[in-house]
Design a protein. Structure first.
Ligand SMILES: Nc1ncnc2c1ncn2[C@@H]1O[C@H](COP(=O)(O)OP(=O)(O)OP(=O)(O)O)[C@@H](O)[C@H]1O
Ligand SMILES: [Mg+2]
Lengths: 284, 256, 287
């Protein structure tokens, strides 16, 4: 009797805390929307989303360059991170001797603990001059951001992809080997396809991380609010737009930054829902 | 046990196997005759699977495994001979305790081995798939479902699919490790009659806990205990007139 | 403001939590300090950091006084001082003719200086040249002062343009002083601090940027503007054009606590803080 009652109480407490977490999130979403939407509506959603001129103190609020930059930089980072991260995950899960893997795994996860300013700093000190001197342009560029983000998202990508690969039943691998496949064939033909759902989720979560990263990007991308024509051009992502100008922004300018946040929010929501769907489907 | 009149398909001599410091197989001598069904029986943990897995070197995948002695396939030593593990496994295929079809379509499961070994021609693959599915007595059941996920088949059909998958790489020897333990009696009988049909073209070694199955479906039986072979002979003799009292105890205990 | 805003939904929620806590603490803090009303400063965001620094030290020296420094912009500062919403208004521009009734006191001066890499051969730029460069009409150094090096590779010669973010006081000083309503080209690199502008110019031989005079260091070279070098003297005389005063504004002559604060800002200690914040003092300081 009392046990049952205590159980009920615990359940209720859990429900309350779950609800408060959810409502906190809803509040934030609502707040950003309320702050950001009016300015978007007033200047026209299309001229906000498709406008190419960002001069907020002069009444121009086009964020297309930032949308393009966020997409380009994120996809670019994936071009670097996916092959690298997947090979690394396969290596850790399938190839490395257990002792080596147990040493490497925390080392890689340590990368996730490095503050993003440090990534940005390393980018400014080494990567930017390297690009400027060897490839031309100002160095602060889409390319620099792509490389830095590509490295930054590796821990996310490797961690989830490795879990996905390790979750593949051993019997698949044994089945393939028993048919006379080499280890490499087993990985390519059975293990990776079987882990596909989890791997896609890993990639999408890494993309979310890349879209959302701010500090390191601000430091190396040059922040010019233009649509980049080459990877050596500077650009400005949605996040860097907000963080860069939030400090002194007031009035419509500030609201426009919130509106930028709304777009960013939508981006990340979409990415996360796709990832969640993938993970759920992968479990089944 | 009478002298084999034909060359053994698999000849095991003085085989010792260690998992780290654990002595799992002790001085095993065994001849597996071609085109026969050999059943390996014995209590849990006696080393049946371990022995079976040495025949296609699946134990090599486990770290800390050490082997002594020799295993020869058609007279060629599987470790010191020219066969690579990959070549060996194409000739000595294995079906596992739990059906383990890949998460692919029925067709792709059967075509998996040939594709991995370089067969790209769609027509050749289609023929091979049909032939293998027919060989595994599965064709009529799945001919309209070739593109469905293999995991949607019944367990019994999945296990026969695993046999078909194996047939498609055209092995000489088929190893089955308790292939029916996850199956219902009807599917079990289907596997047994399938084994009988395959016997003409393949050498079959089956590990089983089911004494009736061993008695029904095998030509020769091997009784193992604590890593050793206690008795090996024609199934009828091992079951009706065991030479070793330990074999008798086990069989009567299990049957009784 | 947190750089992490928009970093991720989680960071956003964290920063809002933090904001809520700060607000709660601020509310709880009301009526503290013995119930005394705080001295309120409001206005130019360029003056704000200097005023905050001075206020910090002022509060140490006068433990029973508390100072509250708010932003809002120069115009808002003028209005706040006029309407009495603030005890002291802050402005980073001279008062306009119609802004009467206020007592402006110059507590610091800010001069914006164009800086280039030390290896750059350019020494002077006219206002027209700066405008041409910053509107993006001139894109190569060779179009400014002839080839920068003996190399005739035009690609090596492209100007790396560095500017501050929209809303920055230094940017508005620069825009008001030079750009004459023209837009800075969006192709320019944008940095949100003097330090990073200086660092980029110091490391890129093709770069040009602008920072406050007080922040010029030897890693970069300051250009003369219209033939005038920016020094404390030329700024004070008004011959250096890219300069602006930092004003504290009171309604009528400063008195009471406001007067005390302004006296502190003009004291040796206050002026040293001005220098520390990267601006020019209005009184010569003893070394
Ligand atoms: N990877 C391994 N590492 C260490 N010991 C092992 C390993 N695999 C099996 N063993 C041990 O070797 C012995 C033989 O195992 P094996 O799997 O061959 O037995 P089995 O006869 O097939 O038993 P069962 O009927 O339960 O399948 C057992 O004692 C087992 O604990
Ligand atoms: Mg077993």
């Amino acid at each position: 009797m009392t046990v049952a009652r205590r159980e009920k109480a615990i359940e209720r407490a859990l429900l309350v805390s779950a609800l408060s977490a959810v409502s906190m999130l809803a509040l934030i979403a609502a707040f950003i929307l309320i702050e950001g939407a009016p300015v978007m509506l007033r200047h026209g959603i299309s001229s906000f989303l498709a406008g190419t001129r960002w001069a907020p103190t002069k009444g121009s609020f086009g964020i297309l360059p930032m949308i393009v930059a966020s997409v380009v930089v994120t996809l670019g980072a994936m071009v670097i991170a996916v092959p690298l991260g997947l090979s690394c995950a396969v290596f850790l899960a399938e190839i490395a001797p257990r002792r080596a893997a147990n040493f490497l795994r925390p080392a890689i996860q340590l990368l996730a603990g490095i503050p993003s300013v440090v990534y940005g700093f390393v980018g400014i000190l080494f990567l930017v001059p390297l690009i400027r001197e060897n490839l031309g342009g100002p160095g602060l560029s889409v390319l620099a951001a792509v490389v830095i983000l590509g490295v930054m998202v590796l821990p996310t990508l490797i961690g989830i992809a490795e879990d996905a690969i390790e979750a593949v039943p051993r019997t698949y691998k044994e089945g393939a080997l028993a048919l006379g496949c080499t280890h490499a064939q087993a990985i390519r033909r059975v293990i990776l396809p079987a882990a596909r759902g989890g791997i896609i989720a890993a990639v999408i979560l890494a993309m979310g991380r890349a879209v959302g990263e701010t500090m390191a990007v601000i430091m190396v991308i040059g922040n010019a609010a233009i649509i980049p024509c080459s990877v050596l051009d500077p650009a400005r992502t949605l996040t860097s737009n907000i963080a860069l100008e939030m400090g002194y922004a007031a009035g419509d300018h500030q609201k426009a930054l919130f509106a930028t946040g709304v777009v960013l929010f939508a981006f990340i929501m979409v990415l996360n829902s796709i990832a969640t769907m993938r993970i759920v489907r992968g479990r089944r | 046990m009478e002298e084999p009149t034909v060359e053994p398909k698999i000849a095991v001599r003085g085989l010792d196997l260690y998992y780290g410091r654990f002595h799992a197989l002790k001085n095993i001598d065994l001849d597996v005759r071609p085109n026969t069904i050999t059943a390996i029986i014995g209590p849990s943990g006696c080393g049946k699977s371990t022995l079976l897995r040495t025949f296609n070197r699946m134990n090599d995948l486990i770290t800390g495994v050490r082997v002594d002695g020799s295993v020869r396939l058609d007279g060629q030593d599987i470790w010191t001979g020219s066969l690579t593990p990959v070549q060996l496994r194409r000739r000595v295929g294995m079906v596992f305790q739990r059906p383990n079809p890949f998460p692919l379509s029925v067709f792709d499961n059967v075509a998996f081995g040939p594709r991995a070994h370089g067969q790209r021609n769609r027509r050749v693959l289609e023929e091979l798939v049909e032939e293998s599915l027919r060989g595994a007595r599965l064709w009529d059941e799945v001919r309209d479902r070739l593109n469905q996920p293999a995991t949607e088949l019944s367990l019994g059909a999945q296990q026969r699919l695993c046999v078909a998958r194996l047939l498609a790489v055209r092995p000489d020897v088929i190893l089955l490790d308790e292939p029916c333990s996850a199956l219902d009696p009807v599917s079990t009988l289907a596997i047994e009659s399938l084994m009988r049909e395959l016997q003409d073209r393949y050498t079959i070694v089956i590990v089983t806990h089911n004494m009736q199955q061993a008695a029904r479906a095998s030509d020769e039986s091997v009784y193992m205990l604590l890593g050793e072979i206690i008795e090996h002979g024609p199934t009828s003799q091992v079951f009706t007139n065991p030479k070793d009292s330990r074999t008798e105890q086990y069989i009567t205990g299990r049957l009784g | 403001m947190s750089k992490g805003l928009g970093h991720s939904t989680r960071a956003v929620s964290a920063s809002w939590l933090a904001a809520a806590i700060v607000v709660a603490m601020a509310l709880a803090g009301c009526g503290g300090r013995g119930g005394r009303r705080a001295l309120v400063l409001a206005g130019s965001t360029s003056v704000q950091p200097v005023a905050e620094l001075i206020a910090e030290h002022y509060e140490v020296e006068h433990p029973h006084h508390s100072v509250n420094v708010q932003g809002g912009g120069s115009t808002a500062g003028v209005r706040a001082a006029l309407e009495g919403a603030a005890d002291i208004g802050m402005s980073s521009r001279a008062l306009k003719p119609d802004e009467v009734g206020l007592e402006p006191i110059v507590v610091a001066r800010d001069a914006v200086v164009l800086i280039v890499h030390p290896s750059n051969r350019t020494t002077d730029l006219t206002p027209e040249q700066v405008r041409a460069i910053y509107t993006g009409r001139i894109t190569h150094w060779s179009d400014v002062t002839g080839p920068k090096w003996s190399s005739d590779d035009r690609r090596d010669d492209i100007i790396t343009l560095v500017t501050r973010e929209e809303g920055s006081g230094t940017r508005s000083a620069f825009e008001e002083g030079v750009m004459a309503k023209a837009d800075i080209t969006p192709r320019a690199l944008v940095q949100d601090s003097t330090g990073t502008v200086r660092a980029i110019v110091a490391s890129d031989p093709n770069a040009i940027g602008y920072i406050s005079l007080g922040m010029v260091s030897s890693e970069v070279r300051a250009l003369t503007y219209g033939g005038v070098q920016a020094t404390e003297e030329t700024v004070e005389e008004g011959t250096y054009a890219l300069a602006r005063p930092f004003l504290l504004l009171t309604r009528g002559a400063p008195s009471g606590e406001a007067g005390q604060f302004i006296r502190f800002a003009l004291s040796d200690e206050g002026q040293q803080l001005v220098v520390r914040a990267g601006y020019l003092p209005v009184r010569r300081l003893d070394p």
